[in-house]
Each structure stands twice: as structure tokens, then as C-alpha cells.
Design a protein around this ligand. Structure first.
Ligand code: ATP
Ligand code: MG
Length: 681
């Protein structure tokens, strides 16, 4: 039975779903049903016969997200619709058109990109150590995604005041050499796939005609993260037509480092003045508690562009408050998270409904270890690691060697072939044996999934699918706790989310320091993380990396304002600051160094707080407290004053975004506070 595409939609969602074919734009916050709206729209258009399933192309940004789209579409009876990443769609089209556009010359996807960039760096006499080469590679990718050629690079860097990983002329030379090396070897990188696809359609009328005849209706999810290059492909797909639905949330733009920009999303209504534009604000995913944390975090963002100021309204019944925990070191943090997960599972939460999210993949290992030690099955998402696990490599090679065996029953064949390498009927005892068993089972699950959607798929085709997925880092679903980077978690949701490793230097990441835009992108990453949780949201950090060793760290500056004043984590801060271990009054972390002690804040906190304003607020508070004969903290706590001096709210809306300022305080003190801030401006 398939669901009715018009069932359980609110008024605004329904408007987007049932809008006639043509431009539609949904600008909305996290969890408001954007992905739901586009899948329903596709199913509705297909179901009512307005378009054939094969004529729809839905694109998104990760293989995982494309997989989710396909799953949802299948459930709605629109399984024939193509849902792919930009790259996968381009790869397919290019394979098809290539012979006509280029002729007999073959091409290959570049396998050792870093090596090629390294060689180019040698030629350009640039840095060739691992870090430099990686930075150069990222920079080349940014330039290509932004449609900037080597020759244009230096001027673009100057125009954008971009921090390039070396002298601009030299980076341009590396970029030029890389292109040359790659082209000479007749290889394409991922960006070339998109470039060539766009070029094929732009320059070959016959190709464009055939393509546009085939695909007539386009849908883009997560449109806030489109790059100039992807936009060019999209424009080539469209031609002069306008049957395009886009949905996105500018506050979840997290790939600007790679050339993405929310500009195309925000300007869509201007580009297509006749577009149906819908804004969604009701959050159907998360409890009001989680929604409040998300609103608080994002309302403190600096330089938000018009069109991104949406305030989410939680629709679910209330749940627990988000919680915050400080640990001495990372292994202690990981062990505590694993213990808590074990209790959750014992109390009935399915492991697959729990996620641990972190900023960088290197953080994963401590959690893999801790979960394995606790005997909890898990999967690492967004990573190529699944296909690198020894048991998976062994399994894939067994399947490959089996060749044509098996006949019709793919699932049965896969099971039988994997039995000798460890796929028993019942899960084995022991944590690591269990993890391996889950991986093998996931391969069987994938076979089941594919059989359901692809007629006549046989073993060799299955092996090809596995290889493609290994290339695209798209692992099958394992029934276990999800470990994922914040980037890889976009668009997904879990009942329980642990956001771990929340220290300055990790989130925001070290290299964002000193660049306001980069810091804001880090804030959006945390916003993405928070909004993944349906009910339980646990945030934690550790003061040192390893037990008893290393530099002291402080909890992420973004938590300031999220942690309520009365919360134990803040209380620790208050207690210790009056005892022998003083803490920063801005962020609550331990204070290090004499200067910090004197200022009662960390060296890098002050740039955020207007000290002069803070002093004036303090004097004002003293007078107000005296007038009303109450202690000063009853007017506003220190933390609230610091937050005001940090965020410098310019209007009532911004002022209520600061924790500790409810309706009563707003009435009583709002005008005074805003006047003080305005004075300073
Ligand atoms: P993100 O910005 O994180 O990608 P989104 O806007 O795409 O979020 P969805 O994933 O489509 O949001 O929806 C979030 C959750 O809310 C899903 O579990 C979805 O099923 C549910 N949901 C959306 N709309 C409704 C509705 N009208 N009634 C009930 N549940 C809904
Ligand atoms: Mg979504």
C-alpha cells in the first residue's frame, strides 16, 4: 500500500505540493518538512499524471540524502523517479553522451588526486608536505566549484579578500599544472564531471534536445548549498524552461568553504517572479526544548542575510531539556556517552535511533572504541570506512570471485556466499565479532533493497553496485548507533543525538579563527547538529585531549547562551570562579594565565564582548537593583549582561533571543538596555 501524497500536510506544505508545474521555492527552517514537501510534490505530480516518473530528476548533495529521497519516493509509489547527487547524475549523463561529444577517447575518474596536486606543487615550487597539498587541493576544488579558472584565480582572490593557502600566483600555478597533468592523463576529477556535463548540453544542441526531451521536471533539496558550478549544470538541464522546485534553509549553509552559496536559493523568487514561494516555520521534528536551543543559537548569528530570519515553532509535545556535560578528557567523555547509550538501549531506545555527531572525522575513533568496548553496534556514516573494514573487503572479494553463480535469488546467494566468512544465522558473542557480523548483514540488507527496486539484478550487477558505492562512500544501513560528522548528518534525524567534543578549536574549528564568516559557518554546523534531534539532545566537551595531559581547552563559545544560568555546568563555573580554580565569566572555561585571571575571561573571549558596554550595563544594573531593593542578579545575571554586551541587540526581537530575558524583564528593562546598546553603537 502506498501513502496518499496529500495526507498529513499543513496548509503551506500543501500549497507547495499542489502548485502547478513551474517554479516553486520553499524557504524554511530545519525540520519543517522541506524534504517531505518535495517528495510529496513529486509523488503528487506523478500520481495525477502531470509528469511521468522517468521525466523527473531530483538532486541533492550527498549519496545518503539521495538514498533517503529514493526510499521516501518508493513509499509514496513514485519509485521510478531518479533521485541522485549532482555528481551521480552528471556521471550517468556523461557516460551516455560522451561518445557523441568527444568520440572514441576514453576517460577515467582520477584516483590519486592528492598525488597529482603534489606533483603540480613540485612544479610550481609550492609546499609539498601533506598539509600543504591537502590545502591546495581544497583550494583548487573551491576555485573549480566557483567557476574560477587558474588565470582568473589571483584576481578573484583579491576581489573576494580570500585567504588563499599561499601566494595567489603560486596557487594559480599549482592549479594550472594540476589541470594540465590530469588532462594529459585523460582523467577527470569530480568537478570535471559537472563541467563537462554542462558543456555538453551548452555546446551540443542535439544532446541538449535529447536530454531536455527526457527530463522535464527538476527538484533540488538542500538548495542552500549549491555551488556556482552545480548551478551551471542545473541551468544547462533546464534550458529555457522553468519546471524547477527548490527547497532549502540558508541557516544550514555549511559548504561555503567548498564554494557553496545560499545566494541562488534566496534570489530564486527574484529570478522567477511568477514562482510559488512558500515559507515554513512549524518544526515537526523536534520537541519545543530542542527547537528553543536551535532558535537561541541561530538568533545570535552575526550578519544573517535577509530571508534567513525564520524562527522555528516546535509542534511536538514537550520533552527533556537539552543537557550539557563537561568531562576531564576525551576518553572519559566517550566512555560516558557509551554508558549512557547502553542505558538508553536497555530502556528500549533502538540503537538506530541514536546518533553521535562530531565536527571532524578524527573524533570518530574514540567513540568507535568506546562503543565497541561497550558491545554496542554502530555504523560510521559519511565515511568511506565501511568499505574499508576488513570483513567488508573480504566479503566483497568473495562475492566478486563467485562470478555468475547463484541465478535468480540474489539475496539467498549473497547470504550463502557470506556464511563462510562469518554471516551466521544468530549474532555471535563478543563486541568486535558482533560489529563484523552487522557489516555482513548490512550487505545482505542492501541486496534486499536493490532486489526490491531493480528487476533482474544479479550477482555481477550487485558487485558493480558495491564498487560504485565504495567509490561514492555510500555505505548501506547498519542497524546500530550512527557515528557521523555534522556535515554528513545534514537532512537526517534521530530520537537521541549526542553532540560531542564541543570545545573551541574543534567547534568552531581552529582554522576558522579570525574569519567572521568562517566562524558563522561553524555556528550553522552546530545548528544543523542540534536540529537533528527529535527528543533527546546531549551536548558534551572535554577539558583535555588525553588523561592528565595536554593543554587545557575550553568549551565551545557557541554554548554560551545555550547553557541556562542555573545549569550544573554553569554552576561548576560559578563555584570554581569563587574558589581556587577561576573560570572565564564569558564562557565558563578554566582561566589560564595571569592576563586572563585579571580580566576574568579567556584571551580570545573579549573580542566578542564590548567591555565598555558591559561596564555601563553593570552600573545601570546597580542603580536598577538599588531602586527596586533587590540583589543585582535578580535584575540580570552576569552571564546575561555579558551576553548583551556580546550580541549588542539592536531591537526587541534580538533582545528576547538572549537567554535570561523573558517577557517580564523585557517590559521592565528592555527600553533601558536597548538605549544603552544604541548609545554604544
Ligand atoms: P532539514 O532542514 O533538516 O532537511 P526538512 O525541512 O527537510 O528538515 P523533513 O525531514 O521533511 O524536514 O521533516 C522533518 C520531520 O517532520 C520528518 O520526520 C517528517 O516526517 C515530519 N513532518 C514534516 N511535516 C509534517 C506534517 N505536516 N505532519 C507531521 N509530520 C511532519
Ligand atoms: Mg530535508
Amino acid at each position: 500500500m502506498t501513502a496518499d501524497p496529500l495526507h498529513a500536510l499543513d496548509e503551506e506544505q500543501l500549497a507547495a505540493v499542489t502548485a502547478p508545474r513551474g517554479p516553486v521555492c520553499v524557504l524554511a527552517g530545519a525540520g519543517t518538512g522541506k524534504t517531505r514537501t518535495i517528495t510529496r510534490r513529486i509523488a503528487h505530480l506523478v500520481g495525477t499524471g502531470h509528469v511521468a516518473p522517468g521525466q523527473v530528476l531530483a538532486v541533492t548533495f550527498t549519496a545518503r540524502a539521495a538514498g533517503e529521497l529514493r526510499t521516501r519516493l518508493r513509499a509514496l509509489g513514485a519509485g521510478g523517479v531518479q533521485a541522485r547527487t549532482f555528481h551521480a547524475a552528471a556521471l550517468r549523463q556523461l557516460r551516455y553522451f560522451w561518445p557523441r561529444v568527444v568520440g572514441d577517447r576514453q576517460w577515467q575518474l582520477i584516483e590519486h588526486k592528492l598525488r597529482a596536486v603534489g606533483q603540480a606543487a613540485v612544479r610550481a615550487k609550492a609546499g609539498t608536505d601533506q598539509d600543504s597539498v591537502r590545502d591546495l587541493t581544497t583550494e583548487i576544488e573551491w576555485a573549480k566549484s566557483s567557476l574560477i579558472t587558474p588565470a582568473e584565480y589571483p584576481a578573484a582572490v583579491a576581489r573576494l579578500r580570500r585567504d588563499s593557502p599561499g601566494p595567489a600566483e603560486q596557487v594559480a600555478a599549482v592549479y594550472a599544472h594540476y589541470e594540465e597533468l590530469k588532462n594529459r592523463a585523460e582523467m577527470l576529477d569530480f568537478d570535471d564531471l559537472l563541467l563537462h556535463t554542462a558543456a555538453a548540453l551548452e555546446e551540443h544542441a542535439v544532446v541538449a534536445e535529447e536530454f531536455r526531451d527526457r527530463y522535464r521536471c527538476f527538484v533540488v533539496d538542500e538548495y542552500q548549498d549549491v555551488t556556482a558550478l552545480q548551478q551551471r549544470v542545473l541551468d544547462a538541464w533546464l534550458g529555457d524552461r522553468d519546471d524547477l522546485t527548490v527547497v532549502g534553509d540558508a541557516n544550514q549553509t555549511i559548504y561555503t568553504f567548498a564554494g557553496a552559496t545560499p545566494k541562488h536559493l534566496l534570489e530564486f523568487p527574484r529570478r522567477f517572479p511568477e514562482a510559488v514561494v512558500v515559507r515554513l516555520q512549524r518544526d515537526y521534528r523536534s520537541t519545543p526544548q530542542v527547537v528553543a536551543a536551535a532558535n537561541t543559537l541561530i538568533s545570535a548569528a552575526r550578519g544573517r542575510v535577509a530571508g534567513s530570519r525564520l524562527r522555528l515553532e516546535g509542534q511536538l509535545p514537550p520533552g527533556p531539556d537539552p543537557d550539557f556535560t563537561e568531562h576531564d578528557d576525551e576518553p572519559a567523555e566517550a566512555a560516558a556517552v557509551a554508558r549512557r547509550i547502553r542505558r538508553l538501549i536497555a530502556d528500549g531506545t533502538p540503537a538506530a535511533e541514536i546518533a553521535v555527531l562530531f565536527r571532524i572525522n578524527a573524533q570518530s575513533e574514540a567513540y568507535e572504541q568506546a562503543l565497541a568496548d561497550a558491545g554496542i553496534p554502530f555504523q560510521v556514516r559519511g565515511g568511506e570506512r565501511f568499505f574499508k573494514r576488513p570483513e567488508v573487503r573480504r566479503a566483497v572479494s568473495v562475492l566478486r570471485m563467485a562470478g555468475q553463480r547463484g541465478g535468480d535469488d540474489l539475496v539467498g546467494t549473497v547470504r550463502a556466499l557470506l556464511a563462510p566468512v562469518g554471516l551466521t544465522d544468530e549474532p555471535p558473542a563478543g563486541a568486535s565479532a558482533r560489529t563484523q557480523w552487522e557489516s555482513l548483514l548490512a550487505l545482505v540488507g542492501l541486496a534486499e533493497e536493490l532486489v526490491a527496486v531493480r528487476d533482474g539484478i544479479d550477482l555481477p550487477a550487485f558487485v558493480v553496485e558495491l564498487e560504485t558505492r565504495a567509490d561514492a562512500a555510500h555505505p548501506p544501513t547498519v542497524q546500530g548507533v550512527t557515528l557521523a560528522s555534522l556535515h554528513a548528518a545534514k537532512g537526517l534525524e534521530w530520537d537521541v543525538v549526542f553532540l560531542v567534543g564541543l570545545v573551541d578549536g574543534t567547534l568552531p574549528i581552529q582554522h576558522a579563527e579570525g574569519d567572521d564568516d568562517a566562524i558563522e559557518e561553524e555556528r550553522r554546523l552546530l545548528y544543523v547538529g542540534i536540529t537533528r534531534a527529535r527528543r533527546v539532545l546531549a551536548m558534551s566537551w572535554a577539558l583535555t585531549r588525553a588523561p592528565g595531559k595536554g593543554r587545557q581547552r575550553r568549551r565551545s563559545r557557541f554554548l554560551h547562551g545555550l547553557i541556562p544560568d542555573h545549569h550544573p555546568a554553569s554552576r561548576i563555573a560559578a563555584d570554581r570562579s569563587s574558589g581556587n580554580k577561576p573560570r572565564c565569566r564569558v564562557c565558563g572555561s578554566p582561566l589560564l594565565g595571569a592576563e586572563a585571571m585579571k580580566m576574568r575571561r579567556c584571551g580570545d573571549c573579549p573580542s566578542d564582548v564590548d567591555m565598555e558596554l558591559l561596564d555601563r550595563l553593570r552600573s545601570w544594573r546597580a542603580v536598577a537593583a538599588k531602586e527596586q531593593q533587590v540583589p543585582a542578579y535578580v535584575v540580570f545575571t552576569d552571564a546575561t549582561l555579558a551576553a548583551i554586551a556580546e550580541h549588542r541587540p539592536s531591537d526587541v526581537a534580538a533582545l528576547v533571543g538572549i537567554p535570561g530575558i523573558g517577557a517580564r524583564k523585557l517590559d521592565r528593562y528592555g527600553p533601558d538596555v536597548l538605549a544603552l546598546v544604541a548609545d554604544r553603537r
